[in-house]
Design a protein. Structure first.
Length: 88
């Protein structure tokens, strides 16, 4: 897997050392939390759990696969599903 190619296929995800990261902004805190809940459903289906950080209307998600010490296909699959959940 070519990580640079996979990152280029994503919508505004940033490669940061051994993980990919993206920030999502919402109008309200409840919208941000609803997004996190939707993301959790996808994460559970893939059995791949992201690092999620929330402050009021901002959600930052970081993806990596600890078992491989970096990025795997699961990270890119989950990133694509997360982008589908981001409805403004």
């Amino acid at each position: 897997m070519n990580i640079q190619v996979e990152v280029s296929k994503l919508n505004h995800w940033i490669l940061n050392e051994n993980h990919i990261k993206k920030e999502f902004l919402f109008s309200t805190f409840p919208e941000a939390i609803a997004f996190i809940v939707r993301v959790s459903d996808d994460a559970m289906r893939l059995n791949h759990h992201p690092e999620i950080y929330n402050v009021y209307n901002k959600v930052t998600i970081s993806l990596s696969t600890h078992d491989v010490g970096g990025l795997s296909e699961l990270d890119f699959a989950l990133a694509k599903l997360i982008d589908l959940q981001f409805v403004q």
